[in-house]
Design a protein around this ligand. Structure first.
Ligand code: FAD
Length: 456
């Protein structure tokens, strides 16, 4: 009998297993895919390091760097180059740079806001006036779009909040909960009476404390797959990995039993480290209401398409780190990163690699299209937006169906109920991107906390 069965071998399940092993508790990871890592996967193509899923993590949340250091990869971590970063937004048939000094969608510098072509004068005035006439804070949860619109107007939603957030959640700001997705902004707006004033005050405090500000994002030189390889190596002989699909979870005298490919596996405790919709399908017999709540967490599907070109085929190399395409401009591409500009050491001289994002809550159907159809439509839009004629030397397409949880309005209440039921079910633990954060550091933090709870 296993002490702990962990269903799901993504970063949430792997970090749970890692921190359990550190405390001397053996576990079994059950993973239906033939490899570990979940949506974290790095591939090498023609000398280029290509991320199939996430490419970096936010550095303000410490759990990922702590794990990376423990794995002996501290010297492999690199920070984002925040000063050279230039991102464009596609608006009315041209690429317009995001104004300098934005903290997400909050302006912190006057001149770039006044001179940007991304926003109309009405919106600029409204954003400036927010300092003096901020809306009253809401008592209850509201959508990100409502919150940003109340502070800065509808155009700030369409050309800042929507494209910036769809790059993270693949979601719709009219549905996403501001309390769950932008909790810091809600607190700052309440505390300072103005979101802009709150962000400025927080930045001033940070610059008083830190000599040099930390980079916004970090990653590993050879890709985040390095972290999965190191975790897998660290877990060897301490953790059993079974590549099988868990089909159901039931209560048993010993704790729980999990059915895998027709046989039963007993475990004292079960950690649900799979997507919430997968958990919903497994837990009906253990707690019907919990299964229902898990099943009610919407997920978006996404796709990344990496295209490699010969730099010599470009009349002019693309400018900046990439671009975002607002939904209002109705294209299939949601965003594109020029990997060599963002991470120069990942692409050899003479090559240009575009990493494009498609899908999201409104365009999941693209995942069912053939590779040829996807490539043709991506190329058509890339050529139109980035203005070049080069043909790709390689194309790699990665599909991530229903992989990104959406914290829709009301998520805080749903989370509270899920966690209350989890607490009442001795031996059952929930970790993963459906609960307290979708980013890698949050998933690692939840895995570590579950391991600490289990090992006492
Ligand atoms: C395209 C993309 C880009 C992203 N970019 C970033 C980024 O830059 N920075 C960042 O911080 N985050 C990013 N994220 C989010 C972040 O990567 C994920 O939220 C996080 O990695 C999820 O980890 P997880 O272990 O909870 O889930 P997953 O990685 O989804 O792993 C869950 C695992 O459970 C397995 N499973 C499911 N059901 C069963 C079953 N019944 N039996 C056995 N196994 C099962 C699945 O096969 C899967 O491997 C991105 C996500 C995507 C999809």
């Amino acid at each position: 009998m296993a002490e702990v069965a962990i269903i799901g071998g993504g970063i949430s399940g792997l970090s749970t297993a890692y921190y359990l092993a550190r405390r001397g508790v053996r576990s079994t990871i059950i993973e239906s895919r033939p490899r570990l890592g979940g949506v974290i996967q790095t591939v090498q193509v023609d000398g280029c390091t290509v991320e199939a899923g996430p490419d970096s993590f936010i550095s303000a949340k410490p759990a990922a760097m702590e794990l990376i250091r423990e794995l002996g990869l501290g010297d492999q971590a690199i920070g984002s180059n925040d000063f050279s970063r230039k991102t464009f937004v596609w608006k009315h048939g041209r690429l317009v740079p995001l104004p300098d000094g934005l903290m997400m969608m909050v302006p912190t510098k006057i001149m770039p806001l006044l001179t940007t072509r991304l926003l109309s004068w009405n919106t600029k005035v409204r954003m400036g006036m927010e300092l003096f006439h901020a809306p009253r804070p809401h008592e209850s949860d509201e959508s990100v779009a409502e919150f940003i619109e109340e502070h800065y107007g509808a155009e700030a939603v369409d050309y800042l909040a929507e494209p910036l957030l769809s790059g993270i959640y693949g979601g719709n700001p009219r549905q996403l909960s501001v309390t769950s997705v932008l909790p810091r902004f809600v607190t700052l707006a309440r505390q300072y009476g103005s979101l802009t004033r709150g962000v400025l005050a927080e930045r001033a405090k940070a610059s008083n404390h830190n000599a040099a500000p930390a980079p916004l994002f970090r990653t590993l030189k050879s890709g985040l797959g390095q972290m999965i390889e190191a975790l897998t190596a660290a877990l060897q002989e301490k953790v059993e990995v079974r590549h099988a699909r868990a089909q159901t979870v039931e209560r048993a005298d010993s704790g729980f039993r999990v059915r895998l490919d027709g046989e039963w596996m007993e475990a004292r405790r079960v950690v649900m480290a799979c997507e919430a919709h997968s958990g919903a399908a497994l837990l009906g017999g253990v707690d019907g209401r919990l299964a229902e709540l898990l099943g009610s967490v919407p997920y978006s599907s996404s796709m990344t398409v990496a295209l490699g070109f010969a730099a010599s085929d470009f009349a002019r190399l693309p400018d900046g780190h990439g671009f975002l395409v607002p939904k209002k401009e109705r294209r299939r591409l949601m965003a594109c990163t020029w990997i060599g500009a963002k991470f120069p050491f990942r692409v050899p001289e003479g090559t240009v690699v575009a990493r494009c994002f498609l899908g999201g809550t409104d365009n999941a159907g693209v995942l069912n299209e053939t590779d040829e159809a996807v490539t043709a439509s991506v190329m058509e839009e890339l050529q139109e937006i980035a203005g070049f004629r080069a043909q790709p030397k390689f194309v790699r397409i990665f599909r991530w169906p229903r992989s990104m949880a959406q914290y829709t309005v009301g998520h805080p209440q749903r989370l509270a109920e899920m966690q209350a039921r989890e607490a009442a079910l001795a031996g059952l633990h929930l970790v993963g991107n459906a609960y307290e954060g979708i980013g890698i550091p949050d998933c690692i933090r939840m895995g570590k906390r579950a391991a600490e709870g289990i090992s006492g």
